[in-house]
Design a protein around this ligand. Structure first.
Ligand code: SF4
Ligand code: FES
Length: 246
């Protein structure tokens, strides 16, 4: 297969970026999208040109690092996958593919397609944990309803990729925060601090410049892990509870 790639190049957060057009040829349909970028980068290095910076780590849908906006969709044109799980067979031979970094004020561009997602770490530091004093009881000794365990597990599938933020027209991080709040609130270990946690994480999210949720549901549609917006409803309930308790 051959492709024309329009790739966003940007020296650093302060520089102005621009699209640069590249050609790749002889790509197997079964090549992953990131491998195709590797091939392009090898060609650029051989030509003495600067390779394109992009993020990746596990390359198997686990770490959430591969944050690319491809042809106007977070993680590209396939559903329920991360960019590293996207394959060239999803595109037409000869297609022009536009590749951009996540676009969000809270995720500044570091270089080319790499963005700084430290804002997510700061939200987690504000409340994405449980507190315990002294001896931690064996988790297996605490009975948990199957339905609650399942819901917590579903919410825990969030890999912190940021596609929800990049997709949302408001740049809201509500789905990410809701997944973290839900995962802990549905378990007895996290229940005690649930309302306080929701309030602290929402306050940090607002402080860091993420937008408000206007319920467009775009986040759920593009989340590679199928995180449901029902978790946002739970976050809102916990948040209201915190307000009442104040
Ligand atoms: S909620 Fe989905 S889209 Fe958002 S960070 Fe988690 S896995 Fe990524
Ligand atoms: S590189 Fe880890 S999820 Fe894509």
């Amino acid at each position: 297969m051959k492709f024309t790639l329009k790739v966003w190049r940007q020296k650093d957060a302060k520089s102005q970026g621009r699209f640069v057009t590249y050609k790749v040829d002889g790509i197997s349909p079964d090549t992953s999208f990131l491998e195709m970028l590797d091939i392009l980068n090898n060609n650029l290095i051989k030509e003495g040109r600067e390779p394109i910076a992009f993020d990746h780590d596990c390359r198997e849908g686990i770490c959430g690092m591969c944050s690319l906006y491809i042809n106007g969709r977070a993680h590209g044109p396939d559903d329920d996958i991360t960019t590293c799980q996207l394959h060239c067979r999803m595109f037409k031979d000869g297609e022009t593919i536009t590749v951009e970094p996540w676009r969000s004020a809270a995720f500044p561009v570091v270089k080319d397609l790499v963005v700084d997602r430290h804002a997510f770490d700061k939200i987690l530091q504000a409340g994405g944990f449980i507190s315990c004093n002294g001896i931690v009881p064996d988790a297996n000794a605490i009975p948990i309803r199957k339905l609650d365990a399942d819901e917590s597990m579903d919410a825990s599938a969030c890999i912190g990729c940021g596609a929800c933020v990049a997709t949302c027209k408001n740049g809201s991080a509500m789905l990410f925060v809701a997944a973290r709040v839900s995962a802990l609130a549905k378990l007895p270990q996290g229940r005690a601090e649930a309302a306080r946690r929701a309030k602290a994480m929402v306050a940090k999210m607002d402080e860091l410049g993420f937008g408000a949720c206007s319920n467009t549901q775009a986040c759920e549609a593009e989340c590679p892990k199928g995180i449901s917006i029902s978790h946002i409803a739970r976050l809102n309930r916990e948040f209201l509870l915190a307000k009442i308790q104040d």
